[in-house]
Design a protein around this ligand. Structure first.
Ligand code: ADP
Ligand code: MG
Length: 362
């Protein structure tokens, strides 16, 4: 049972709320503008420090409020119980606590909340910048490899150092710093490659269950010419790197290329097919995380009815049910969800003008 209880106040139109979600499926229904997406957004912000709706968290704070507060009681099968608290002020100041102790890193909160979001804009995972797909791979690596965050921080430090030396145009200094850069770059690359080897078959399996007519392949690009040594590439690009003042090759330039018959999938697939592929990526990632960690993923699925047709909706819901994980799923009409899916274990919440009320089972 991941999120046992949650309290949110000062977030968009939501009235201060306390809910005890079901450990499996939570249906949230209500009119447009009632606050369904806002609740999912609250969970995403707690988990990642970011909203999937805006890059400016100040917009997430309720207009009339000076502060946004959240408190989650979490029960994780492997990690045990914890309480996460988050306080954000309009001024931009923020405080994050785990069991009453201040956290200095958002990653420590993220560790407790392995959240996957499927919402109307997630097709951007296919059509958006490589950064989106890098973050996608890194979610998977971060949640299964405990040292990944430290390796990533070490790499960022080396990259920053190398870039500042490039700007000084000092080739001798560069020689000295290259070794550390290459070592930390390879550590990141190794983890990503190993992860993707395990991820690909899982993705193929899930996509064929969601829609066996879509044929998509995944190819990893490490951020430098394939089959070349990074040291050779850095040597070759040194002059150019000095001209532009930054390092052009490395894991900060990695990419997951998603293709249909050698063409970028984003150029070939219909919007509906793109959404199906993205759903498959996310379900496969959460499923693999569960297999490897023995923990549960938390899925936030927004506006499913507008996302997929009934056939794909049903296939997706079945996969979510098979994962036996905690799901928060929204729709305008209750029937749009329950017509395709009647999970054995679920709670239904009605969202109305920013208040969320649990419905008694019929
Ligand atoms: N910062 C804010 N402060 C107060 N209300 C907001 C803020 N941002 C958005 N809203 C309002 O909150 C409501 C909730 O929207 P949303 O969660 O997207 O609803 P739903 O997903 O149910 O359609 C909308 O009516 C919107 O106008
Ligand atoms: Mg919405």
């Amino acid at each position: 049972m991941p999120i046992r209880q949650l309290h949110v106040s000062g977030l968009r139109n939501l009235q201060p709320l306390y809910i005890s979600p079901h450990p499996c499926v939570n249906f949230l229904y209500g009119d447009n503008g009632s606050g369904k997406t806002s609740l999912l957004e609250a969970i995403a912000v707690m988990a990642s420090g970011k909203s999937f709706r805006t890059s400016h968290l100040k917009h997430v704070l309720a207009q009339e409020s000076e502060r946004m507060e959240m408190r989650f009681q979490i029960n994780d099968e492997n990690l045990g119980d914890c309480e996460l608290e988050s306080l954000r002020l309009k001024s931009g100041d923020q405080l994050l606590k785990l069991n009453g102790s201040v956290l200095t890193s958002q990653a420590d909160a993220a560790h407790w909340l392995p959240v996957q979001v499927i919402e109307p804009n997630t097709f951007k995972l296919l059509t958006g910048s490589p950064e989106e797909r890098r973050s996608f791979i890194d979610w998977g690596v971060f949640h299964v490899e405990h040292n990944f965050m430290n390796q990533w921080k070490a790499f960022r430090k080396h990259l920053k150092q190398r870039n500042s030396i490039l700007k000084q145009k000092d080739p001798d200094q560069l020689e000295v710093w290259n070794a550390g850069f290459i070592e930390s770059a390879k550590a990141i690359d190794d983890q990503r490659q190993r992860y993707l080897r395990r991820f690909k078959p899982e993705f193929d399996r899930i996509l064929s269950q969601l829609d066996d007519t879509i044929k998509v392949s995944l190819a990893y690009y490490p951020g430098w010419e394939k089959d070349s040594e990074l040291s050779d590439i850095l040597a070759k690009q040194q002059e150019r790197d000095m001209v532009v003042g930054f390092t052009q090759s490395g894991p900060h330039r990695a990419e997951l290329r998603i293709k249909c018959d050698k063409q970028p999938a984003a150029e070939i697939l219909s919007r509906g097919q793109q959404k199906t592929v993205v759903a498959a990526l996310k379900i496969a990632q959460g499923g693999l995380f569960q297999q490897e960690s023995g923990r549960q993923t938390i899925y936030l699925v927004d506006d499913l009815a507008s996302e997929l047709d009934q056939h794909h909706r049903l296939a997706l819901c079945k996969l979510l049910e098979d994962l036996k994980c905690q799901v928060f799923i929204t729709s305008i009409d209750k029937e749009k969800l329950t017509d395709v899916w009647q999970p054995v274990a679920s709670k239904v919440f009605h969202v109305e003008h920013g208040t969320i009320n649990e419905e008694n089972p019929e």
